[in-house]
Design a protein around this ligand. Structure first.
Ligand code: NAD
Length: 476
């Protein structure tokens, strides 16, 4: 007798306020088992056209509503997502790989961010008011926004784009990564009843769908998070229709640890900032510069923390860390590891091997005694491998930290926070921290310098990037 396997669940698009099956389907694979976990639509051009038309039509009435009404809709959306947290968190773990508790944490943070964005007041600005004239600066919604997200934090990145675009009076067509579409489609389902039909549309599909979306004439703004190479393609597409663009791209963040840093406090935070989400965070610490005086102590503690990590399937409550999210990324990391072994002086002090089981499991890996000129230091690995680099002179450390095409964020770790702030302010980045690293607040503008991005999201600056400024000059 043949064992009957459970059918894999199917999830639909959200188009014009209803969930619909696509004409074509694609399969979503679990990175922990390499088995299918779901089927989702692989959108055709005509399905995308429906979604764009729905967003375009809904813009007329949505853009006329006030901030208070839109805030209320987004609050209802957040409540609905929270009510469905069990289902969304499980889907997120199965498709993305992260431990279930972290998937729940991602959903909680995402919904808190939705609420925080809508607490930011957007008012017209009075630039001049004299007896002769008055100048006011108004901000108006743009139209249809295209949102495109990667596979590392599908829920939080989608929720941030949805909140910013909708709160500012735009409508949206959002496309999740083909590796992790399910939790995002479930956000769409949860939005029904909270957000009027057509205002939010979520369509899944491959990379071609991204290119169709970013070149669509209805799209007035593109909010893209992903790799630099795709970011360049998005910029080119946007040029055809003069669409506004925000690009949140990769990073190769440096953290610089000075000899006076409190190692007991700093090391656990540094470890978390490098290895949370299996290192798959744009603003993870990817180059750790440690002063020679404390170098051995920091390396030993970081290695001990890496060795203590329980690596496994995210559905297992014992797991602290899940697999790398997809096979190409896993292979890239193994390539960097192989290069490190063959062509560098680097010493692997923790990890350095994969688990002998299905799935993309790489032990958290720490490489000491390595320097610039290696793939591990110069590229963005985007996974659980961290180089620790020794320095003697802090000015030299700052110079080396800045000698990168990336400029997302960076940090300085020291007991002297004033000096730390001065040094951090010399980093060529979009966000600089002292004694902390990582995290994006709804209130604080976030984005990258150099090749790490264009523009800023979050905060008033970010919300304004979803709007068209209008200078109103009144003669008296
Ligand atoms: P990716 O660029 O391969 O894909 C991102 C998204 O773009 C996916 O949805 C993909 O389907 C879509 N896409 C692919 N080709 C497209 C095209 N021609 N036109 C439009 N869309 C297209 O990136 P990824 O591998 O999913 O994500 C990892 C990268 O994202 C890393 O470099 C990471 O640092 C970066 N990232 C940046 C931030 C940030 O806020 N700065 C946050 C998370 C991840």
């Amino acid at each position: 007798m043949q064992a009957r396997s459970k059918p894999i669940p199917n999830y639909g698009h959200l188009i014009d306020g209803a969930v619909s099956d696509g004409e074509a389907q694609m399969v979503v694979i679990s990175p922990a088992t390499e088995k299918p976990v779901a089927t989702v639509p692989d959108a055709t051009r005509s399905e995308l056209r429906y979604a764009l038309a729905a967003a375009d039509k809904a813009f007329a009435s949505w853009s006329e509503t006030d901030f208070a009404f839109r805030r209320e809709c987004l609050f209802k959306f957040a409540e609905a997502v929270r009510r469905n947290e069990d289902e969304i968190a499980e889907a997120l773990t199965r498709e993305q790989g992260k431990p279930l508790a972290q998937a729940r944490g991602e959903i909680a943070k995402a919904m808190a961010a939705v609420e925080k964005f809508t607490a930011i007041e957007i008012e017209p600005q009075i630039i001049r008011d004299t007896a002769e004239d008055r100048i006011e600066l108004h901000y108006r919604p743009l139209g249809v926004v295209a949102g495109i997200t990667p596979w590392n934090f599908p829920v939080i990145l989608a929720a941030q784009k949805i909140a910013q675009a909708l709160y500012t009076g735009n409508t949206m067509v959002l496309k999740p990564s083909p590796y992790t579409p399910v939790a995002t489609l479930l956000l769409g389902k949860a939005s029904i009843g909270a957000i009027p039909p057509g205002v939010l549309n979520i369509v899944s599909g491959g990379n071609a769908l991204g290119a169709w979306l970013t070149s669509a004439p209805e799209v007035r703004k593109i909010s893209f998070t992903g790799s630099g190479r795709t970011g360049q393609a998005v910029l080119k597409s946007a040029a055809a229709n003069f669409a506004r663009v925000t690009l949140e791209l990769g990073g190769n963040d440096a953290a610089i640890v000075l000899p006076d840093a409190d190692i007991d406090k700093a090391v656990p935070k540094i470890f978390a900032a490098a290895f949370n989400n299996a290192g798959q965070i744009c603003m993870a610490i990817k180059r750790l510069y440690v002063h020679a005086d404390i170098y051995h102590a920091v390396v030993a503690r970081m290695a001990a923390m890496a060795d203590a990590i329980q690596l496994g399937d995210g559905m297992d409550p014992e797991s602290d860390m899940g697999p790398v999210q997809n096979r190409p990324q896993y292979q890239k990391l193994l390539g960097i590891l192989d290069h490190t072994r063959r062509w560098t002086e680097g010493r692997i002090v923790a990890g350095g091997h994969v688990l002998e089981r299905p799935g993309y499991f790489l032990r958290p890996t720490i490489v000491a005694d390595i320097a610039e000129g290696s793939r591990l230091v110069d590229e963005e690995p985007f996974g659980p491998i961290l180089p620790i680099i020794r320095f003697d002179d802090v000015d030299d450390a700052i110079r080396r930290a800045n000698a990168s095409d990336f400029g997302l964020s960076g940090s300085v770790w020291t007991a002297d926070t004033e000096r730390g702030a001065e040094l951090a302010n010399r980093l060529d980045v979009g966000t600089a921290w002292v004694n902390r690293h990582g995290g994006a607040d709804a209130e604080r503008p976030f984005g990258g310098a150099k090749t790490s991005g264009i523009g800023r999201e979050h905060g008033l600056l970010g919300l304004h990037s979803y709007m068209e400024p209008l200078s109103l000059h009144v003669g008296k």
